[in-house]
Ligand binder design. Structure first.
Ligand SMILES: NC(=O)c1ccc[n+]([C@@H]2O[C@H](COP(=O)([O-])OP(=O)(O)OC[C@H]3O[C@@H](n4cnc5c(N)ncnc54)[C@H](O)[C@@H]3O)[C@@H](O)[C@H]2O)c1
Length: 263
């Protein structure tokens, strides 16, 4: 018996990194999982295959979730394969998340907001529609970040988007009242997003960060792994966390708690 037996989950940006870790963890607990990514390659299909190897259904749904059309076609494809959606994990992000203040132009700003706010919002809206039509409730989880709590040079558009998500899930909690749908954020700290070695790729986590690089600003004195984030997603999407709604859980080894103030 798994915590998510019979549930159907869609994870965006799950080809690698945290999304892949979430997908495999939900599959370990009995959920059928759809892997979405904008990159359609062997690694993306392998992620879906690894889900299936756990005795549940794993599918791949290629598409760009930064547009409403793109997200809808991903959910259409997921619904065609799975018939219902119980869990949506909004996780996708592009690689160049940091850009110095005067280098930020309109195209970069729009790209950040289109993926991390617009896409996450309209994906949640469409998923909630499907959940309400099925009448069985559900869970929506959005990946925020420690950058929504503190300002660091070069991270303003990313931090604004990630802060917006924390407000978004509060709105979703209010807007979806009475439908048995909870909506929350996880805010990760420094999490290794490396793929595991090819010869041993059935595992959730790849190699960790070098702990030396984090020793002085993370109380845990090490970096986090996709499984650390995935276990929090599991809590929020299973019966364990059903009464948590509109909240953000920091999973950062104490990084934000221990921020030092210099005078
Ligand atoms: N890794 C960290 O330390 C960390 C820290 C804080 C927050 N986060 C958040 O966690 C989430 C996952 O981060 P990660 O480091 O695992 O990322 P990652 O770069 O390892 O993976 C992101 C995936 O999203 C895909 N993607 C990009 N644009 C897309 C689009 N338009 N449509 C569909 N897929 C798209 C990419 O191809 C990639 O496979 C992100 O929301 C990120 O902001 C990560």
């Amino acid at each position: 018996m798994g915590l998510l037996d019979g549930k159907k989950a869609l994870v965006t940006g799950a080809r690698k990194g945290i999304g892949r870790g979430i997908a495999l963890t939900l599959a370990n607990e009995g959920a059928d999982v759809g892997i979405n990514d904008i990159v359609d390659d062997e690694t993306s299909h392998r992620a879906a295959e690894l889900v299936s190897s756990r005795g549940v259904s794993g599918t791949f749904h290629s598409g760009d979730v930064s547009t409403i059309e793109g997200f809808n076609s991903v959910i259409d494809s997921f619904m065609a394969d799975h018939g219902q959606i119980d869990i949506l994990v909004n996780n996708a992000i592009f690689p160049d998340q940091q850009r110095s203040f005067f280098e930020v132009d309109e195209a970069y700003w729009d790209r950040m907001m289109d993926l991390s706010l617009k896409g996450y919002f309209f994906g949640a809206q469409r998923a909630a529609k499907e959940m309400i039509a099925a009448g069985k409730g559900g869970s929506i989880v959005c990946l925020s970040s420690v950058h929504s709590y503190v300002a660091m040079p070069g991270w303003t558009p990313y931090g604004v988007a990630k802060m917006g998500l924390r407000r978004m899930v509060k709105g979703l909690a209010a807007d979806l009242a009475g439908h048995n749908i909870n909506a929350n954020c996880i805010a990760p700290g420094a999490i290794s997003n490396r793929l595991p070695d090819a010869y041993d790729d059935d595992v959730v986590d790849g190699a960790p960060h070098d702990p030396e690089s984090l020793r002085f600003f993370v109380p845990a004195q090490k970096g986090g792994l996709p499984s650390d984030i995935a276990n929090a997603v599991l809590y929020l999407t299973s019966d364990l966390g059903q009464y948590v709604n509109g909240e953000t859980i920091l999973v950062d080894g104490g990084m934000i708690a221990a921020r030092q103030i210099h005078d």
